[in-house]
Design a protein around this ligand. Structure first.
Ligand SMILES: *Cc1c(COP(=O)(O)O)cnc(C)c1O
Length: 493
């Protein structure tokens, strides 16, 4: 069963099953749902996992969470990993240095790690809406990766319509085309004048708007969200961390029970939270190293215990999926360590004063599991270029992890970094990095230039984007979103 990070307001149920948390992701007082208990995995489990496939491991872990989803539905959901590049191994672990491994999480249909969770999550959520015979509107705001992955997973699903907001000019050409060329009738993609924060704020305003919700109720439509505040995504993000260790065991790179580091390029902290839960469940993670870009609010929190939004402005970088100041999933760690009362206090402080502060004891507890560092775009580009020279291609988000590897790793044990996107989604930055120039390339030019220079293939699903018709060309002002959504729901556009 699942409970709430900020305690209960007596209006919502106190303890809910998995399916409820999926369909209704916002808990009392604006909190989030979290598992009441985490299952344990021991060394026997890890040892036996070396004989299992990724899918079998996923099913075993989900069973331990005792979720209220039928086995047959879970089996169908994890079968979606068969569409990844290698059906037998959706998340390959690749060695790039003596003690450094990359957990490649981007081999799914939209070429970013969001597919690892959204593919199975989408299947389970649509099953629930059909079973309950309810129509749902799923809202998503994206800086570029969540959008395509959400649209892909819900395309043509019955009982579900998706409206996805993206900042016009704020994504790469590839990311924009992955959305605007979507043909499925149940999807609507809207460009917004403004940046990602504007898109995200517009979405939060709608989710909380009584009049918007009342109008949806009139139409018999329920509202949900597909971002990583939904625990249905987090549960699938625990598994690949466990799988990475199992892969190290299989490759005889670590002895059973001996620790390893993991490095996570972080934005909304969903990926890092998955690692934290895996560690609590018994996975021998020495420490979770959090990598950020110059939007380094997580670095500050983990080093000083202070989360301070005052005088902070979002800065645009070449790792846009990490350009974020309000990192939602930190709350779940705070709850796990300090309980609901204290979490609500800190989250209220953040809302009212734009700051919260951990006590020295609380900070020490956080630092038992995490350490953190950030780097700038110059470092990331230099890293891309030097690895490219040695034949390994990593995207600009993954490249931020090298700063953590070089500065925070203290013990001589294996280190796994999470690679969150394929280079093809950020081709202009990639080409700039290897050319060591600052020219403005289109995605198409950069894809071709980079692919030629390094002899790497561009997958068909990226190449074909450029010749497909744009179905969703509209870019509008924030104030017009609501009208646009209802026109879509009434099939007027
Ligand atoms: C979403 C994303 C991130 C950040 O992941 P979180 O779970 O939000 O911390 C990092 N890199 C890429 C490429 C992403 O798409």
């Amino acid at each position: 069963m699942f409970t709430e990070t900020r305690g209960n307001d007596t209006l919502k149920p106190k303890s809910v099953p998995f399916s409820y948390a999926l369909l209704n992701p916002s808990a009392s007082f604006g909190g989030l749902y979290v598992p009441e208990n985490l299952p344990k995995i021991d060394l026997d489990f890890l040892e036996s996992a070396t004989k299992k496939s990724y899918k079998e491991l996923t099913i075993d872990i989900l069973k331990r969470f005792a979720i209220d989803i039928e086995d047959s539905i879970i089996a169908q959901a994890v079968a979606l990993y068969d569409h990844f590049d290698d059906a037998s191994n959706p998340a390959p672990l690749v060695q790039i240095k003596e003690d450094l491994y990359v957990n490649e999480l981007y081999h799914g249909p939209t070429r970013a790690f969001k597919d690892m969770a959204l593919q199975p999550f989408g299947h389970i959520l649509s099953h629930l809406t059909q079973k309950n015979k309810e129509d749902y509107l799923i809202l998503a705001a994206t800086s570029g990766d969540t959008g395509p992955a959400t649209l892909d997973t819900f395309a043509d699903k019955e009982n579900i319509r998706v409206v996805c907001l993206y900042p016009d000019g704020g994504t790469s050409d590839v990311q924009r085309l992955q959305m605007t060329t979507q043909k499925s009738k149940n999807l609507k993609i809207i460009g917004i004048h403004g940046n990602f924060d504007d898109a995200q704020n517009a979405l939060k305003t709608l989710l909380a708007s009584p009049s918007f919700n009342a109008k949806l109720t009139q139409e018999n439509i329920k509202l949900s969200a597909a971002n990583s505040v939904n625990f249905g995504r987090i549960i699938f993000q625990i598994i690949y961390h466990i799988h990475a260790y199992v892969a190290l065991l299989k490759q005889h790179k670590v002895e059973l029970g001996k620790p390893f580091y993991t490095i996570v390029p972080s934005g909304n902290f969903g990926n890092a939270l998955g690692a934290y839960y895996a560690k609590k469940m018994g996975l021998p993670i020495e420490k979770i190293l959090i990598a950020s870009n110059i939007n380094n609010i997580l670095t500050d929190l983990i080093n000083t215990g202070i989360y301070d939004l005052r005088n902070r402005k979002l800065l645009l970088t070449t790792s846009p999926a990490m350009d974020i100041l309000i990192s939602s999933n930190v709350e779940r760690v705070l709850y796990d360590k300090f309980g609901a009362k204290r979490t609500k206090e800190m989250m209220d402080n953040l809302k009212n004063e734009k700051i919260y502060q951990l006590s020295p004891d609380e900070l020490a507890s956080l630092r038992e599991d995490f350490d953190a560092i950030y780097c700038d775009d110059t470092f990331a580009k230099g890293t891309i270029a030097s690895f490219a020279k040695e034949g390994y291609v990593m995207d600009p988000h993954t490249a931020t992890c090298l700063s953590a590897y070089e500065n925070l790793k203290q013990k001589n044990i294996p280190c796994v970094l999470c690679s969150t996107a394929e280079w093809t989604k950020f081709a202009p930055t990639m080409f700039n990095a290897i050319q060591n120039d600052m020219k403005k390339y289109s995605d198409k030019e950069a894809l071709e230039g980079f692919s030629k220079a390094l002899h790497v293939k561009i997958p068909e699903c990226i190449n074909t984007l450029f010749s497909q018709p744009i179905v969703h060309g509209k870019v509008i002002d924030k104030k017009d979103i609501e009208v646009e959504i209802f026109n879509f729901l009434k099939n007027k556009s």
